[in-house]
Design a protein around this ligand. Structure first.
Ligand SMILES: [Zn+2]
Length: 245
């Protein structure tokens, strides 16, 4: 009887001590994470997950991500994303993009989609809109949506994207965010005839569209890199807008 009592007492003490140790370790891990990286994956991910957004690279590691607005490597030569460090899209949009990569894997093994921008807060949209105020309004709207009317990027329903063969970017005949007619998909046939786009550049853009078309992403007629996942009506009905990072 006494023996059984002492055995139970010993097991209880051992369990309590293990539980406290586990809690202590958990706390340490969280503290270490926030100390080593100011933008905590867990905090940031949970904010976006609550909006229904998914990180593309978490979903499909074959998709490369190089967010241009996290560095100076963009048309404003300014860091615009202070907190965002992953490419987030609405869950169903991210799943469709992942299927695009699967399709690319099947037709061009070793090729990768590379994402330059995905969800974009309205606060950043305002900065972009203001930065281009030297352009006449009609021209400005071709390249950047006004913060009032929103961009599908603000919903996580548009993606700026290109292609890589292994570690090599494919030549698309213009840079990302090169705001002139050479970037216009609607003028590609004309530019091919005039020799302003090479056959290879023309075919690379066609391949990107073929891959994105496979999941009904639609290219913008003025930017070869920008693809909308749905209509504005669909986005306004089904998705939330990201106002701030
Ligand atoms: Zn875009």
């Amino acid at each position: 009887m006494f023996n059984r009592f002492y055995i139970l007492l010993f097991i209880s003490i051992a369990l309590i001590s293990c539980n406290q140790k586990a809690k202590h370790n958990q706390l340490n891990t969280q503290q270490n994470k926030s100390e080593s990286k100011p933008v905590s994956d867990t905090v940031q991910d949970s904010v976006f997950l609550s909006m229904g957004l998914y990180s593309i690279s978490n979903l499909n590691p074959n998709i490369r991500v190089d967010l241009k607005y996290t560095s100076n490597d963009n048309f404003l030569q300014k860091v615009l994303y202070k907190k965002i460090d992953k490419a987030y899209l609405q869950k169903d949009v991210a799943i469709r993009l992942s299927k695009c990569q699967d399709f690319l894997d099947s037709i061009m093994p070793g090729y990768h989609l590379i994402v330059y921008d995905a969800v974009r807060p309205v606060s950043v949209q305002k900065i972009m809109w203001k930065a281009m105020d030297s352009l006449p309004p009609k021209i400005r709207k071709r390249y950047v949506s006004s913060p009032q009317s929103r961009s599908l990027h603000n919903f996580g329903a548009a993606v700026d994207i290109s292609l890589m063969n292994g570690d090599q970017l494919l030549d698309m005949g213009s840079e990302f965010d090169e705001f002139n007619e050479i970037a216009y998909p609607r003028m590609e046939d004309e530019f091919l005839k005039k020799g302003k786009l090479s056959h290879e550049q023309y075919e690379n853009r066609k391949l990107l569209r073929k891959v994105m078309d496979s999941q009904n992403f639609e290219v913008l007629s003025t930017e070869w890199w920008h693809f909308n996942a749905c209509s504005f009506k669909h986005a306004r009905t089904n998705y939330k807008v990201l106002l701030e990072e």
